[in-house]
Design a binder for this molecule. Structure first.
Ligand code: C5P
Length: 218
């Protein structure tokens, strides 16, 4: 099979997950959701009663979280202690706390090693914030996906069964602010990444575009 690595970074709610799953499924590639890994560590720390705003406490415990990441684009993507937590890690509590946890360099160091071990060998679509810049800068295809805050909030609120659009926009903007402003591996457009503003496009159109880029690159 193909050994290609497709690195997809971008802002929260820009359609990365749906796009990456779609592309991986169409091309028969594996899929890695690195956001799910940061969420899983956050979920586990909260469950353990660790103060997630105490960077030292987070650093001291983060290596213990028993995370297992799957790479099937159609199946469960993340387990803790052998239990599928794909739904639990999308809770509001995790979503509010994941960006602060992700600023802690011990958390990033642990996940970096895990991520590189999974990506090694290729044939994979990887989504996150620092894939093309830090995790796998040698990726054959790099994308940087964004969308207008309004469009992102509308999609996200719809996914969540009609929650408040303005409040959703505020949470997205706050995560982007922390993710872009941190010292270690901030969200940036990586060197060589193709920027796609997905605002005017349907999911199918974005998937077609990315599939086209991958096929073109051989
Ligand atoms: O992609 P998702 O929105 O699930 O990611 C949740 C959070 O995990 C992001 O807001 C960010 O704080 C963190 N993250 C990160 N680096 C990545 C992927 C996610 O810091 N590569």
């Amino acid at each position: 099979g193909s050994r290609v690595v497709v690195a997809v970074d971008g802002t929260s709610g820009s359609g990365k997950s749906s796009t990456c799953r779609g592309v991986a499924t169409r091309l028969g590639l594996r899929y890695l959701d690195t956001g799910a890994q940061f969420r899983a560590i956050t979920w586990w720390l909260l469950r353990e009663g660790v103060d997630v705003h105490d960077a030292e406490a987070v650093a001291a415990r983060c290596d213990e979280a028993p995370i297992l990441s799957g790479t099937d684009p159609t199946g469960p993507t993340i387990q803790i202690d052998g239990v599928d937590v794909a739904v639990a890690i999308r809770s509001d509590e995790v979503t509010r706390n994941v960006s602060p946890v992700s600023t802690v360099s011990a958390v990033r160091a642990r996940l970096l090693e895990l991520q590189r071990g999974i990506i090694d060998g290729g044939g994979i679509v990887v989504e996150g914030r620092d894939i093309g810049s830090v995790v796998w800068p040698q990726a054959e295809i790099k994308l940087y996906l964004t969308a207008d805050t309004e469009a992102r909030a509308l999609r996200r609120a719809a996914e969540q069964g009609g929650s408040d659009v303005a409040a959703t926009a505020q949470v997205l903007a706050e995560r982007d602010r922390i993710d872009s402003g941190r010292t270690t591996a901030p969200l940036v457009r990586a060197d060589g990444a193709v920027h796609v503003d997905t605002t005017p496009y349907s999911l199918e159109e974005v998937i077609d575009l990315v599939v086209g880029l991958v096929l073109e690159a051989g």
